[in-house]
Ligand binder design. Structure first.
Ligand code: ADP
Length: 484
């Protein structure tokens, strides 16, 4: 199959969250299965073109956006350790320091026009390359208008005659809802703005466009596929999702083991595997030293996250004092909400020897926390797939998670009788239930070290490789191709 995979962020070039990890992993895994995959993404100012060996292909290409011809330069590199070409669109709308927000964390006001321009450039690139895709795979709100344009403006073009679209929802909490006025330069005919098509409470909704116009809709866990059909998790799009429920699939992500494996991770001071956990202990004392924590055997509770309400971080904040009483250390890495940042920093002041709050985006530290921690906290209110609980398991770090979305699909609750399970799962988003789950974990750590060790080894041996997942994607692509 010929596949064009389109996303706003792609590791190792750009990243704000999980979308970036999987936008490089899915194309790579599909290419490993023998498919002809190309990736197209924006070029941001923050991308180091030299380090990433990104080369100029052509200048002054034109993409028609409304009445205007938008000029863009085309660049090319590859997904590391693969044959997959990555094309970059450089245009004044896109070429900014951040992906979605400026250096002060403020949303770019012209994001709707930025991503429409990107979308139109994608079509132009495919035309220039004469790349006739079987599948265009669009992701999240930024590329929601791709299936729309394919079915309208580009429907007569020979190049796209047999093209089908997959639209993947990575997080329905971010829909790209903007006043119609904000896209007036795109000249989308008014008739499309009605509430059955692109309109949503009298605004343009990018994600809705993706859902309405794509051949197949997918999301990133089977639990989340159910959840987004409900009022609580659908953020207003539940009805529209339900209309597509026969074409809706939920596939949990795999892990790129060339990046996330304690056996080979070059960002760790010591590598280790399930048969020899000594390296993990070294990673722990190294990180305690690096972050000026007391070097001791207390279990480390790791947290790596966008500081957003979705992530259930108030549960951690409100129970911080009681967590510390359990004789643990807490290491947090995250950026985002300013109130959360300040409140967590206050807690660090209270417990300087046993807590380390790192307000930054730091990939090296993220890997080191995964390796050094004993437990990993994800008390999310909702979590479409979640990657860190999976990375944690691979690194022998026991996840404590709320039973939602991908967390529910991937973490089986530990049963004290049978000693089976992969982590500690709680149902309700309450402080009480959260604390209870952490307590269960910490108690097992202190009171049954052998059971703990076995649990650690067991989760490290689970199979989260992309190979298995890629076959599921292939099936979904085949389903799309079979559709009229
Ligand atoms: P989401 O996409 O909702 O942010 P995921 O769990 O799917 O959540 O993916 C988050 C990804 O971003 C993980 O790879 C995680 O390690 C990374 N990440 C999040 N915050 C940071 C940070 N402050 N520094 C480094 N990596 C981070």
């Amino acid at each position: 199959m010929k596949v064009a995979f389109i996303a706003a962020e792609i590791v190792p070039f750009s990243k704000t969250g999980g979308l970036a990890d999987v936008s490089s992993a899915i194309p790579k895994a599909l290419s490993d299965l023998g498919h002809d995959v190309i990736v197209i993404t924006p070029l941001y100012k923050s991308i180091d073109t030299e380090k990433n060996e990104i080369k100029l292909v052509s200048e002054n290409n034109l993409a028609k956006v409304g009445e205007k011809e938008e000029v863009f330069d085309l660049y090319l590199s590859h997904i590391p350790k693969s044959k997959v070409p990555v094309y970059f669109v450089k245009n004044h709308y896109l070429y900014r320091e951040g992906v979605y927000v400026d250096t002060d964390g403020i949303d770019y006001k012209d994001s709707p026009m930025r991503f429409i321009t990107f979308t139109k450039a994608v079509f132009k690139i495919l035309e220039n390359l004469e790349f006739s895709p079987d599948i265009i795979h669009a992701n999240d709100w930024h590329t929601g208008l791709l299936p729309f344009y394919l079915r309208t403006e580009y429907s007569d073009k020979d190049l796209f005659k047999r093209t089908k679209t997959i639209y993947t929802i990575h997080n329905i909490g971010y829909q790209g809802t903007y006043p119609f006025e904000s896209v007036k330069d795109a000249n989308i005919p008014d008739l499309y703005f009605n509430e059955d098509l692109l309109g949503f409470n009298n605004k343009l909704n990018f994600m809705k466009a993706g859902i309405v116009y794509s051949t197949i809709v997918s999301t990133v866990s089977s639990k989340y596929a159910e959840e987004i059909q409900t009022k609580k998790f659908g953020f207003g799009l539940e009805k529209i999702i339900k209309t597509r429920k026969d074409d809706l699939y939920g596939i949990v992500h795999g892990v790129d083991l060339t990046i996330w494996s304690p056996k080979t991770d070059s960002l760790l001071v010591k590598n280790y595997d399930s048969r020899n956990l000594k390296g993990k202990a070294e990673c722990k004392s190294y990180l305690q030293g690096k972050l000026n924590l007391e070097i001791n055997d207390k279990p480390i509770l790791g947290i790596i996250t966008r500081l957003a309400t979705q992530k259930g971080l108030y549960l951690i904040l409100r129970k911080f004092d009681e967590l510390m009483k359990l004789n643990v250390q807490i290491i947090l890495l995250g950026t985002g909400d300013k109130t959360l940042e300040t409140q967590f920093k206050k807690k660090e002041k209270q417990y300087p020897d046993d807590s380390s709050i790192n307000i930054m985006f730091d990939n090296v530290l993220a890997h080191q926390i995964e390796a050094a921690s004993d437990m990993f906290l994800m008390p999310s209110e909702y979590e479409p797939c979640g990657l860190n609980q999976i990375y944690s398991m691979i690194y022998g770090t026991v996840p404590v998670v709320r039973k939602t979305g991908g967390l529910s699909d991937t973490v089986q609750d530990f049963d004290p009788k049978t000693k089976e399970g992969y982590g500690f799962v709680f149902e309700k988003s309450t402080q009480k239930d959260f604390l209870k789950a952490v307590k269960r974990a910490v108690e097992l750590y202190y009171e049954e070290p052998n059971t703990w060790k076995k649990l650690t080894k067991r989760i490290m041996e689970l199979d989260f490789s992309w190979k298995k997942v890629a076959k599921k994607w292939q099936k979904v692509y085949e389903k799309a191709l079979a559709k009229r």
